[in-house]
Design a protein around this ligand. Structure first.
Ligand code: ADP
Length: 492
């Protein structure tokens, strides 16, 4: 039945009943009049009174009994009691029954109106509160996440539908069960300790454990727990909201397994690359030596056109030798097996020697290499051969990617805790978005980057590997058309 906003007036004095009805009607209220207790009780069968104004001295019944009857039917009705002097005690009884207020006859009408309005307001508040409470309960009951309340001993005080579903038990089956009975023995201590923290007032998050279901299987759950605090301020239990994380756990296990597999495959790949490069090395050396012997005429005069062919074969054999050597370096770097033979070496020599190998290459392109060496005697504890390889790779790229007549500058600076080596060129430059990529293995920019790049795409990956094996860093400043500066540091 829909509730309407009305006032039930119960008074056995017809004149008073009429007066009250008229005044309240004139003030915008809908009234229902009842001349005695019986009439009042009959009237509420069809209409819910929002507020009931009750004279306690009714002819047929005690007003308090009428209040009890109405309350039994409509617990949300607000009562205002009207009483003669003789029934003060009953008025107090009525207030104890939950009556909103009482007035002694003859009453002040203004005050009564104020009290009626307040009773309506209280009714609205309580209704809103109850609706909120119902929504909250509905939310908890229909939540997909298991929610429960325990007392301090772990006895379950409340469980929602999702909790029952996850565990496979009915509410009755859970009445004699403590929360701790549902936990895998190996996780019990951890959960109990977490709950102890919750009891102390800490909010405890992501407590992951295995809970036992009715069929004996275990489900992975993660819960957040918080203390339940009584109106007196004491902690009387723990409330938890959980989440079934079985699927997440399974996915994690899958990822872990896949990762282990990948690691195995990666190791096999590394082992294979190391073995293959080693195996290729020997026949390649034999091929190269034989080509050189043929070229040198050790097996007789070679006609000019065949010599040309031999040169092509030799060039490609050289490329293969270089690729093989770089592949070997990369597999050593990957396996963490790049052995560094460290000794104090003069950095100026390393830089000059590395560039010397490339002098002809630079001269052919009319490129000038300038050295900017502040301290000729500076010695660095490093693997000199490997750092020379780093500088050579950087200078070679600088020459390769700089137009004829360009300029290259190589230098270093003592930074106190490290040395900073710099290779500058005024070549074609590299777009910002490629700065990280160029250090990846086999990464080469499009064909626009130098028309005759016969590289392997491994040079900078090796540079990075060697520098990092020394504990240093490598980076670049460059923009298309503005040249490039490659920097690397080596800690002292
Ligand atoms: P590669 O053997 O192909 O030169 P690297 O690893 O040494 O391989 O270099 C990767 C790519 O980075 C090159 O192909 C080139 O596109 C770019 N690069 C490297 N150094 C320079 C430079 N100094 N100027 C312009 N581009 C460069």
């Amino acid at each position: 039945m829909d509730e309407e906003k009305n006032i039930l007036i119960v008074d056995d004095d017809p004149a008073m009943l009429r007066t009250l009805s008229d005044i309240l009607g004139a003030n915008g209220f809908t009234t229902i009049g009842a001349a005695n207790g019986r009439e009042a009780i009959d009237s509420i069968k069809n209409r819910v009174p929002t507020v009931a104004l009750i004279d306690l001295n009714l002819g047929d019944m005690y007003g308090t009994d009428v209040i009890k009857k109405i309350k039994g039917h409509w617990p949300n009705t607000e009562f205002i009691v009207l009483t003669g002097h003789a029934s003060q005690a009953s008025a107090i009884d009525a207030v104890n029954l939950g009556a909103h207020s009482y007035f002694q006859k003859p009453h002040d009408m203004e005050q009564l109106l104020i009290s009626i309005r307040k009773a309506f307001e209280k009714h609205e508040h309580l209704k809103a509160l109850e609706e909120g409470k119902n929504k909250y309960h509905e939310l908890i009951e229909t939540s997909d996440d298991p929610i429960f309340k325990n007392d301090l001993e772990g006895n379950l005080l409340f469980v929602n539908e999702a909790f029952k579903k996850v565990h496979g038990y009915s509410e009755d089956e859970l009445t004699d069960t403590t929360f701790y009975d549902l936990i895998h023995p190996d996780d019990l201590l951890y959960v109990k300790n977490s709950f102890k923290k919750a009891i102390k007032g800490e909010s405890v998050k992501n407590v992951e454990y295995r809970c036992r279901t009715k069929c004996g299987l275990y489900v992975d759950i993660s819960i957040n727990a918080s203390p339940i605090i009584s109106t007196k301020g004491d902690v009387i239990g723990v409330m938890g909201i959980g989440r079934d994380i079985t699927e997440r756990r399974m996915a994690e296990e899958d990822i872990k397994r896949a990762y282990e597999e990948l690691k195995k495959v990666d190791k096999m790949k590394g082992d294979f690359a190391a073995m293959a490069t080693h195996e290729i090395g020997t026949p390649l050396t034999i091929i190269k030596t034989n080509i050189e012997m043929l070229e040198d005429g050790m097996f007789g005069e070679i006609p000019e056109d065949q010599l040309k062919r031999l040169k092509v074969i030799k060039k490609n054999a050289d490329h293969l030798v270089k690729l093989n050597r770089e592949m070997m370096d990369i597999s050593r770097i990957d396996a963490g097996k790049l052995r560094l033979r460290k000794e104090y070496s003069p950095v100026s020599d390393i830089i000059r020697d590395a560039s010397k190998d490339l002098e002809t290459f630079a001269e052919n392109k009319k490129i000038e290499i300038i050295f900017d060496i502040s301290d000729e005697n500076y010695r660095l504890n490093c693997d000199g051969d490997r750092i020379r390889q780093v500088v050579r790779n950087l200078v070679k790229n600088a020459i390769k990617f700089t137009a004829e007549g360009g300029k290259i500058e190589v230098g270093f600076e003592d930074m106190g805790d490290c040395i900073l080596v710099r290779v500058f060129d005024n070549g074609i430059g590299i777009p910002k978005e490629e700065h990280e990529n160029i250090f990846k293995r086999f990464y080469e920019l499009g064909s626009s980057q130098g028309e005759e790049n016969e590289g392997t795409g491994l040079g900078l990956a090796i540079v990075k590997g060697i520098v990092e094996a020394h504990g240093g860093e490598v980076w670049i400043e460059s923009a298309p058309g503005e040249g490039s500066i490659f920097y690397f540091t080596i800690p002292v």
